[in-house]
Design a protein around this ligand. Sequence first.
Ligand code: MV4
Length: 448
Amino acid sequence: MFDTILVANRGEIAARIIRTCREMEIRTIAVYSEADVEAPHVAAADEAVEIGPAHVTKSYLNQEAILEAAKSHGADAIHPGYGLMSENPEFVHAVEEAGIVFIGPRPEVMELMGDKARARDFAEKAGVPVVPGSDGPVEDEEQAHAIAESLGYPVLVKASAGGGGIGMNLAKNEKKLAKAIQTSIRRANSAFGDPSFYIEKYIQNPRHIEIQVLADDHGNAIHLFERECSVQRRHQKVIEEAPSPASKTFEGLRQEMGRAALNLVEASEYTNAGTVEFIVSPNGDFYFIEMNTRLQVEHPTTEMITGLDLVEWQIRIAAGESLTLSQQDLAIDGHSIQCRLYAENPDKRFMPAPGAITDWVEPSGEGIRVDSGVSAGLKVTPYYDPLIAKVITHGADRSAAIERMKQALAEFEIGELTTNLSMHLTVMDHEDFRSGDVHTGWLEEEFS
Ligand code: MV4
């Protein structure tokens, strides 16, 4: 097992990774920017290294500074958390060249899944259902017209290098196609320096459901069931839960999506923790959209219903250990919901609202977990993601998890800072949310 892990992240996820390292008796090194001197993840780690100015490109994305901190402080592994350096194959190569273990998948599979057109092609060949669409990237506008014609409108133009909705444009009819392509190309060029795009049939009002997977270096792979992530705004998830309410409606959905996810894992020789994302149409058909090659923000809901520590398993797998669980050993225990608390203003179209935290008292109790990255006396700065905490509850069933969430949110004391907490309380009582029948456009339709 590793002696020392450097956590190349900040906020709630850095603190959460450090907690598991402590339980595993692994020494931790935090890194921090000039703006994060007083951040909780810095205090939580055994040692901490300043890596640069507040701006992410100068600190948390500064590969040389992170590697230098790891080398000079004797780290034998680096955990990237999510975002930042977590899905950058070049960083993985640099880490390995320094003789340090990257806690995550191999860089080759990270690169494959990072190219959404390639990933889609690969998934299809591995027997995973994909949305009807182009075979790989589309060459030009003429070919695009022919493909769209055979698919039938509306179609979605997606940037190959995209993901998370970047460079994605809807063409409702033939007249709108050229413009959608141009917009995708422009966005993809400026965001990724890669103009390539592909086309899919547009699935209206889908749910977003994903499968958590774990795979080791010895050929063992399991899935840890599904998470429902349809409550989102501008491609930012807001509320997640496990299992998905749709699994009650559609018999066989969980098992079929789980099998499909494992087919992709096995075909791509994927290792460590990962998430296979699907969209599910209102009639229960599911389609692969992308694979995230990292731990996800919503992983605690899976931990609550399986009793597993996903960070512990990431570390064990990276250290070469074998999975000791087989698919038959796994069962879902109850239901879990996660509400993301963002420093944002519900009265100003949920725009980020940085500010000082004068009061911060977290709820606690049976079936309540809070993963936070702030504390009283600190400031939320405009430099980083406005996610400040996640409230996660567990109950015997969905309504028990919702009741616990209402209780936890009501108990949360947050002073001065403007957050979306009141919106969460409203959602918990909304009849559509209660019914479990929501799609990816629902939140923006109801709360705008
Ligand atoms: C789609 C889709 C409908 N049809 N693809 C958005 C981000 C990227 N992960 C894929 N996305 C979508 N792809 C087809 N063919 C609808 C979305 C989509 C979405 C997907 C997941 C979560 C939230 C979403 C919000 C809007 C649109």
